[in-house]
Design a protein around this ligand. Structure first.
Ligand SMILES: Cc1ncc(COP(=O)(O)O)c(C=O)c1O
Length: 422
């Protein structure tokens, strides 16, 4: 353990769970370097944030240029990097987004989206999906059900939040179609027994559940939600915090899955590592959220906005290459599944891939992940897990990873699975 790690442990509140004790001193592209000079492939990307890798030249230059001009404004005056970032974000967003509003973190943007939905509809009910993750603030943790421990000790949470199942075909041991049908039937039961549709302000859904275990929704399930929302005047909020900015192979999960949300929540990859988040919607909906109803001091920080505009430019170049990297990764995992019985399921979109590790009864095998992560650290790979039982490999390489580095990382996982089963 380096001196820095012991100082870190001494001075820094232990409330956040760190994934490793490595001290990182430098970064470049897909690689980071520790205090001993050892290099690691960073396939965690700061939890799906640095989609263009570290030290991206375009983002770096935009930040340096902006630092020389203006680095904070608050709401006191207006400035160009915010407008540039907003215009670029709207241009790549799913319909019907015509305007955006910037904040600092995903949780904050989730809060704002729900506040907006309540204000605009005049209704109170909030429908969320079991296994969803939306953040750690009091509001966003009230919508989060990926793990009960995130909520433990914080009750009472925000009221009038109703939790309904999200289709988990592998966990439920059924086909996607059957899981979709079951989840939709449960939603209808909820609307019959617990809250009338006319009292519901919004449904908040991740197009692909992230923290909850990397379960993509099917287009059919999302389209059924859209129909129910349309029928009852409920606003559909897509939390694209993790699925956004190229992760699913297109700009947003909504594009990949054919979803037309009313409100979009953005975060994580929006500025490749600089703190920024946003909500987006139509002019019509935003016009019903009057000035002064919401606000922020740091949201839309000039440097973060400059980074975001450059990130969107960078992603425009990188996105066409994601499909080949995704196909290659899925093919490699499928190949591994033939020889590693610990792989129960492989699922995901683009370069957001979950590999669920299980025992012979198909029950979660979190020890396997622990092994993969520690072999990764030994051999030079940072990789995360997800899922309520922490048994899903969360495969998140940078979107511009070279094929060579992609294979290096996949080889390490393959070897780790072999030595686990040996
Ligand atoms: C889907 C989703 N929504 C919201 C959040 C919260 O974002 P933040 O940690 O920036 O508050 C996360 C973070 O992991 C997320 O994955």
């Amino acid at each position: 353990m380096t001196d820095l790690i012991s100082r870190h442990q001494d001075i820094y509140a232990p409330v956040i769970g760190w994934d490793s004790d490595r001290e990182i001193v430098a970064s470049d592209g897909t690689w980071v370097t520790d205090a001993d000079g050892k290099q690691y492939l960073d396939f965690a990307c700061g939890i799906a944030v640095s989609n263009l890798g570290h030290q991206h030249p375009g983002v770096k230059q935009a930040v340096l240029d902006q630092i020389d001009r203006l680095w904070h404004a608050g709401g006191a005056f207006r400035y160009d990097s915010l407008v540039d970032a907003a215009e670029k974000l709207v241009a790549v967003s799913p319909d019907p987004v015509e305007q955006v509003f910037f904040m600092n973190s995903g949780a904050e943007a989730v809060e704002a989206s729900v506040k907006m939905a309540r204000k605009v509809t005049g209704r109170q009910g909030i429908i969320v999906f079991r296994g969803g993750f939306h953040g750690r603030t009091m509001g966003s943790v009230s919508y989060t059900t990926s793990k009960a421990k995130y909520r433990q000790g914080y009750h009472p949470l925000v009221g009038s939040v109703f939790v309904t199942p999200f289709p988990h075909p592998f966990e439920w041991r059924m086909s996607q179609e059957d899981a979709d049908a079951m989840a939709i039937a449960e939603l209808h039961r909820m609307l019959a027994h617990e809250i009338t549709p006319g009292e519901v302000a919004c449904m908040l859904v991740e197009p692909m559940q992230g923290e909850g275990g990397y379960y993509p929704a099917s287009p059919a399930f999302l389209s059924a939600l859209r129909s129910i929302c349309d029928e009852h005047g409920i606003l559909l909020i897509a939390d694209e915090v993790q699925t956004g900015f190229g992760r699913t192979g297109e700009w947003f999960g909504s594009h990949t899955l054919g979803l037309r949300p009313d409100i979009v929540v953005y975060g994580k990859g929006i500025a490749n590592g600089f703190p920024l988040s946003a909500v987006g919607s139509s002019r019509e909906l935003f016009s019903q959220w009057p000035a002064g109803s919401h606000g922020t001091t740091y949201g839309g920080n000039p440097i973060s906005c400059a980074a975001s505009a450059a990130t969107i430019d960078g992603l425009t170049e990188v996105l066409p290459g994601v499909a080949a990297r995704s196909e290659h990764s899925f093919a490699r995992f499928a190949e591994m599944k033939k020889t590693h019985s610990v792989i129960g399921d492989i699922r995901g979109l683009g370069l957001m891939i979950g590999v669920e590790l299980v025992d012979e009864n198909l029950d979660a095998d979190p020890a396997a992940i622990g092994h993969v992560k520690s072999v990764g650290l030994e051999e030079g790979l940072f990789i995360l897990d997800c899922g309520p039982k922490e048994n899903v490999i969360r495969f998140l390489p940078p979107l511009n990873v070279s094929m060579e580095d992609l294979d290096r990382g996949l080889d390490i996982i393959d070897r780790a699975l072999s030595s686990y089963e040996a």
